[in-house]
Design a protein around this ligand. Structure first.
Ligand SMILES: CC(C)(COP(=O)(O)OP(=O)(O)OC[C@H]1O[C@@H](n2cnc3c(N)ncnc32)[C@H](O)[C@@H]1OP(=O)(O)O)[C@@H](O)C(=O)NCCC(=O)NCCS
Length: 207
């Protein structure tokens, strides 16, 4: 099984956790081998439109392919509004060598009572199978558990989208099962696979 040392990322262990709104309103820049994760800016519209307009990218996510640059601009404004209000939101994933935005990754929700959250991501088709989603998800898991008082981080994917499950598996998430007809995607109910990683999973991997 894939093992990743979380010790450096988990140095805070949640004990010096930020108020979630402070974290979400100023998502930290995260560097991986090939990527920089940073908050979205208006200038990202063209790069994001280039892949978010691709029906193959949108196939198993809950948004429709963008039909115009103005739809992408509206999406960026929406995400920036989430930052402004300190709500769960996404990073832009930027290829460090070219400066191009090739995806987004971030939080779908945060629940302070259960200390749980969900992550999701999408990447440009031209960049699939190069390990970028895995790099990005690892960085987000590390940052989320270090900065937030989080106990459980979950992710789900359409059963017809196994590549996404493989990303979760490579990041040390646990496959919990199938939720039947859990979501309505583009006019039809879809089964999803639910995955999670707990703070105790990360701590176990450090020992
Ligand atoms: C799912 C997605 C994020 C994966 O991104 P990525 O950058 O290609 O992911 P990685 O390269 O880090 O890893 C992909 C893994 O899936 C595997 N994979 C690819 N196609 C697969 C398939 N049909 N079945 C099983 N595994 C598959 C790859 O071989 C790789 O695993 P490996 O490293 O063991 O070889 C990307 O395909 C995407 O953005 N899809 C569109 C949006 C989307 O579906 N988002 C997820 C919503 S839950």
């Amino acid at each position: 099984m894939f093992r990743f040392r979380w010790a450096r990322l988990l140095s805070g262990s949640g004990k010096e956790a930020l108020p979630p709104a402070a974290y979400f309103s100023a998502l930290p820049a995260l560097e991986t081998e090939h990527l920089l994760l940073r908050p979205l800016v208006r200038q990202d519209a063209r790069d994001i439109f280039a892949y978010a307009s691709d029906p193959e990218v949108a196939r198993y996510v809950l948004w429709e392919p963008h039909r115009s640059l103005s739809e992408t601009r509206a999406f960026i404004s929406y995400v920036r509004g989430l930052y402004f209000r300190g709500l769960p939101a996404s990073w832009a994933a930027v290829l460090r060598d070219s400066g191009r935005v090739i995806g987004t990754i971030g939080f779908m929700y945060y629940n302070g009572v259960n200390r749980s959250a969900e992550v999701g991501y999408s990447f440009a088709r031209s960049e699939w199978n190069k390990g970028y989603a895995t790099e990005a998800l690892r960085a987000v898991i590390g940052s989320a558990f270090a900065a937030l008082p989080l106990n459980r981080l979950e992710a789900q994917h359409d059963t017809r989208n196994p590549a996404s499950g493989r990303v979760m598996e490579k990041c040390g998430m646990h496959r919990e099962g199938i939720l039947r007809q859990r979501i309505m995607n583009k006019g039809e109910f879809a089964d999803v696979v639910l995955w999670s990683i707990l703070r105790s999973d990360l701590e176990r991997n450090n020992n």
